[in-house]
Every structure is written in structure tokens, then in C-alpha cells.
Design a binder for this molecule. Sequence first.
Ligand code: HEM
Length: 531
Amino acid sequence: HAADGKRNGDLCRDYNDDKNATSQDTLYTTSNGAPYPHPYETQRMGENGPLLLQDFHLVDLLSHFDRERIPERVVHAKGSGAHGFYKTTNSLEDLSCADIFKQDKMCPITVRFSTVGGESGSHDCARDPRGFSVKFRTEEGNWDAVANNTPVFFLRDPAKFPHFIHTQKRHPATHLTHADDSTLFWDYLSQNPESIHQVMILMGDRGIPDGYRFMHGYVGHSVKLVNKNGDWVYAQIHFKSKQGTKFITQADSADKSPDYSQKDLYFAIENGDFPAWDVCVQTMTAKEAEDLWESEKINVFDLTHVWPQSKFPLRKVGEFVLNENAKNYFAEVEQVAFNPAHLVPGIEPSADPVLQSRLFSYPDTHRHRVGVNYQQLPVNAPRVPYRFANFQRDGSMAFFNQGSRPNYLSSIEPISFRKRTVDLNKTHGHFIGNAIAFLSEIRPEDFVAPRALWEKVFDDGAKERFIGNVSGHMANCRDEEIIKRQIAIFREVSEDLASRLEKATGVKGYPGIAELSFNGSHNGMAKDAQL
Ligand code: HEM
């Protein structure tokens, strides 16, 4: 090997080409590469005697098997993924200096879709939001858009997230999910009315997407786009399905396979029917954000609200297509690690408190779920045209340990730095607006969009199905007081909605929320509300 210039460290041929592994011309070996006669051969004493501890082949096989599982994602555990390409069709260079937004720039992507609450073996057709994550492998590093299929979310105070998610998981004692015991589910929602917008979507006709190909994606949080002059705007990023949207009803979901969405996505791609999405942005200047607060009391850092498209129209930037299935689900989908903090120059986080908390939470869970060197796995590793260097070294499974390069900022072997391209004074300007006194203070504006859904978007059939979905789910709620409170919240959306629900559940709800107090939300609509 010395003759062809290779060193021992360069000989990891089989590991490096893992994705393209086939059975052709392979030799069966132990994990240290030694040829072994047969996989079923065990060493034992005599004909019927005990096995031998020296049998590394068997001991290693069983020990490795014992460690096959990594922790499932604490949320979004059930999912499907695929690879493809993104292309910028309409340059966004006026708003962002991100290299990927230059005209005709392309990059490889990996996408993972998911449900939220269920375990990794749970049903694909759950009434649940869907995750929609995209890893853009740009020439300036990986940019992850970790989005959902709905533009809004259940909360605007990040401290509520673990509480809310616990109500979506199994009960600590009965070990039942909310399909069988919905008490925790409605207890949480009836105490946190800012969830109402998401609840209206979840319980309506858009609550169960028909697989993953027929849904849009929304980053949901405001992010900041920064151009080469350092000027910035807020932006919302949307993925618009070129297939259109399709949903299934509660009744239809009953006879679908638990892996319905996985099958649909995998075989569509396998058969060459590649799904594709447009990438669009809505943008808003700081001044417009302040005006929006003044005129409609919509705070750009509040993801329980959407930006009106009449005022902030969608602008198409590019499109992506999924044209390649994973060859190995575990390596390419289970181990993929999406993180809203994986950003590239030209895209920045906003001050949205939920987004800010997510910037911490995802890499934290990845170090636990995948390991400290999760970024080195092939599916997560950046693919950039420059040789990158940093001072992160060692740790479990350090495949990329940067050779003999100094592991501190050295003057003897200096590395190079790229000059900052943006003006920090401008990029750090931020809008605080009329920061709301309590993150979760309930205001009349919280009911405007939910009311529009009920009154303008849902037709008669949709309304009927909505009442059926909610009352059906509430049938498994063990506490009538919770239902009375939730009906009061629905009454703030619409008297019509509340009275229909009262008929369907047989429970008379409270007249509205003016007399209610909430354990998690300041009631700005209470009779004696103090701001
Ligand atoms: C997954 C935390 C809100 C979308 C996850 C995971 C965590 C987490 C710990 C597991 C990640 C992994 O193991 O790889 C949080 C926290 C939130 C929050 C603390 C709020 C405080 C949101 C919001 C969205 C979202 C608002 C969408 C707009 C997703 C998606 C995944 C995910 C799509 C799955 C990623 C994948 O496919 O691997 N979240 N999340 N999350 N979250 Fe969140």
C-alpha cells in the first residue's frame, strides 16, 4: 500500500461506500474483518455442552443486536423520508445573500415527513399535524427548514411545549393515548385558549392529510433574510405542493394501513411519479411589522397567527423534487438530524421565543438521540466546495477528526476565515414592537382567524364533520368541566359552533371566557382583566 501512496487510515473502503453496498463479490467476515466460515456457526463444548465465551463471532452478533435501536425522536417519531434536488428559479438576491438563492442555483436535499404525537410504530393516518423537514445541502453549509403542514402552532410560549406534548402521549397510569382517553388532551386545550386556531385546523377537514405528497409545508416562524448590504426583512417560508392538497375523513382513515403514507411516498418515487413543491416566501419590513401590530394586533413573533396573504403575497423562489428513495431507512431517515439552528449566511432566526427555544432544543436532542458527532454521519455531513475546519474534536464515533491539524487556534498552522459580508449593526436591529406583557395573554384577535375558518372557509358538510370529529373525540373525556370550558372557548369563535357542539355532546358549556381563568394563559378578555 505504501507503493500506491495510501496510508492505513485511508483504507476504510467499505465504510466510506456504505450507501452503495451490494451483496455482489462480498465475503462473510466478523466485525473486525476476519473471514468466517458460516453465520450460524457457534462454538460449544462437545456435542451438547455450554457455549464458549471465546466465540467472539456469536457474542459480537448478539451484543450488536442488543444495541440496534437508538432512542426514537421524542416527538415526530413516525416518519418517512426521501432525497431530491432544489433549484432557485427566481433569484432572491435582492433580499438574501444566501448563495442558494442565486438564480439557477441547485443543491441536493433530504426531506422527512412525520406525524407528531405517536411512537415510531404508530398509525400514519392519525389526526395530527404533519412534520415537513427539508435539509438543503447548500455550498455554504446545510440549511434545515423544520416545518409543519399547518402555518400555525398550538402555543406561543416555549415553556408550554413539554406540557402540551405530554398530553399527546400516553397517560402515565393507564398507558392509553388520547384516542382512548382524551381527558388530558382537552384539559390542556381548555386551559390554553391560544391553541384554538390550530385546534380548528386539526379537527376540521384538513386534520388528516392523504399521505405526504398532497400537503403544503410552512416554516411557521418569522425568520430574517439579510442581503449583501446588511438590509433585512422578516420572512415566512412556504412549500406549496405541486400535486395540490388532499385530505381524508375520520371514517376513511379507519381502514387505511398503519404505514399508508410511507407506502404512498415510497412507491410513487419508485414508479417515477416524483412529487414536487414550490418554495415561496412572504416578506415584511420592520415598519410593516410594527404597522401590522398597530392595525391587527398580529405580532410577527407569534406563530399562533398567520400573515395575511392579501397584504403579504407569496413570491416564488424555487422548487424541489423528491426523486430518490433511501437505500437504507435507518442510515438516511432515522439518523437524519434536522435543526432550525442549521442556518447559512443570509438566513437568520427572528426573536420569536418559540423559535429561539427550538434553536437550543434540536441540537441538544441530537447529541442524545444520535450522539455528539451526529453531524459527521453521511446523511448529516455538510457537502461544501471548501475544506472546512473547526475545533470540535474527539468524542464518541469521531470519524472526521481533522487529522494532525492543530486543535486550537494556532499561529504556527493558521486556517483562513471568510470576511463577514453583512453589516452587523443592521442585522442586529430587531423589532420588539409592543411586546405583549404575557406571552400567552388571550386577546379578541386570537379568535379572528378561527372565526373566519368557521364562517367563511367551512361549508355545511365541513361544519358537520368538524362537530362530529370534536364530539367523537370528546366522548372519551372523563371530566365534564373540561368540556364546558372548551365549549366556552369555541363560543368565542362562534355561537353557532358552540351550540351545535352542545347538542352533539349533551353538555351545556359556559357562556364565554369572560368569567374563566386559565392555569397557563393570562385572560386578557376576562371582565376584570389587568394588562
Ligand atoms: C422534531 C422540539 C416546536 C417541527 C422535534 C424534536 C424535538 C422538538 C426535541 C425531535 C428532533 C429529533 O429527535 O431529531 C420542539 C420544541 C418546540 C417545537 C421544544 C417548541 C418549543 C415545533 C414547531 C414546529 C416543529 C413550531 C413546526 C413549525 C418539528 C418537526 C420535527 C420536530 C418537523 C421532526 C424533524 C424530523 O423529521 O426529524 N421538535 N419542537 N416543532 N419538530 Fe419540533
